[in-house]
Design a protein around this ligand. Structure first.
Ligand code: SF4
Length: 230
């Protein structure tokens, strides 16, 4: 991990991230195997990336094998980050439209990206117990959300993990692309299909669909800024 990434991780509560965590034996073993196969890969729990006091927090599923798991930065190094970072840039949440590596100088602006599961799962499919194990980290991280913040869940697993991390009940807030859920302290949870290669190639998620979600997020945060200014 770069020094900048370590600094950003360090400002969040210590409970939000443990770089040595091996609480999930299956995932810890898998990381050991992938490290043997790819000695230059990061192969550890991937820290949240971005502003520790962000108004917008994006929650993905888990690191991709040749993406975040290789580079140590969420959604960086593989296809899944292309649409995400381009959209973050378009809506003023990133200093550049591409995330190439953990040392490329990219900054997120009032935004942060994290994952429901911090370690690479085999086949991109974490077990429910692994999502549950990692939820304490997500809970500590989301505990820092400012009043009126926006939370963007990429996919159903991230949606349910985010709700649980905040003490909410998924059955009261069903996942649907484009749905918005009002939570306590005027925090709003926005849902989107995950911006994976599969979803974008099959056009389950198009650029226009993703941008509509960001339009809604921008409106919500603009209202919050107006309210704070009054
Ligand atoms: S997924 Fe989360 S809880 Fe499980 S080993 Fe990785 S960091 Fe720890």
């Amino acid at each position: 991990m770069t020094r900048a990434a370590l600094r950003e991780a360090a400002v969040l509560p210590a409970e939000a991230y443990d770089p040595e965590c091996r609480r999930c034996p299956r995932l810890a073993r898998h990381l050991d195997e992938v490290r043997e196969e790819h000695p230059t890969y990061f192969c550890r729990p991937v820290a949240p990336f971005g502003d520790p006091r962000a108004s917008l927090v994006i929650v993905g599923l888990a690191p991709g094998k040749h993406g975040a798991n290789a580079t140590g930065r969420p959604f960086t190094g593989d296809y899944a980050g292309i649409l995400l970072y381009a959209t973050l840039f378009k809506y003023g949440f990133a200093s550049a439209p591409e995330s190439i590596s953990a040392g490329d100088g990219l900054r997120l602006i009032d935004a942060r990206i994290t994952n429901a599961v911090k370690c690479l799962p085999p086949g991109n499919k974490p077990l429910p117990v692994e999502v549950s194990n990692c939820n304490a980290y997500l809970g500590a991280e989301l505990g820092t959300l400012p009043e009126g913040a926006a939370l963007l869940a990429l996919g159903r697993v991230a949606h349910e993990a985010s709700l649980r991390a905040l003490g909410g009940r998924p059955k009261n807030h069903p996942f649907a692309h484009g749905a918005e859920h009002n939570l306590s302290r005027n925090v709003r949870l926005f849902d989107s299909y995950h911006c994976s290669r599969y979803n974008t190639n099959t056009r389950r998620l198009t650029t226009a669909m993703f941008e509509r979600v960001f339009e809604s997020i921008s409106k919500h945060l603009a209202r919050r800024h107006v309210a704070q200014a009054v």
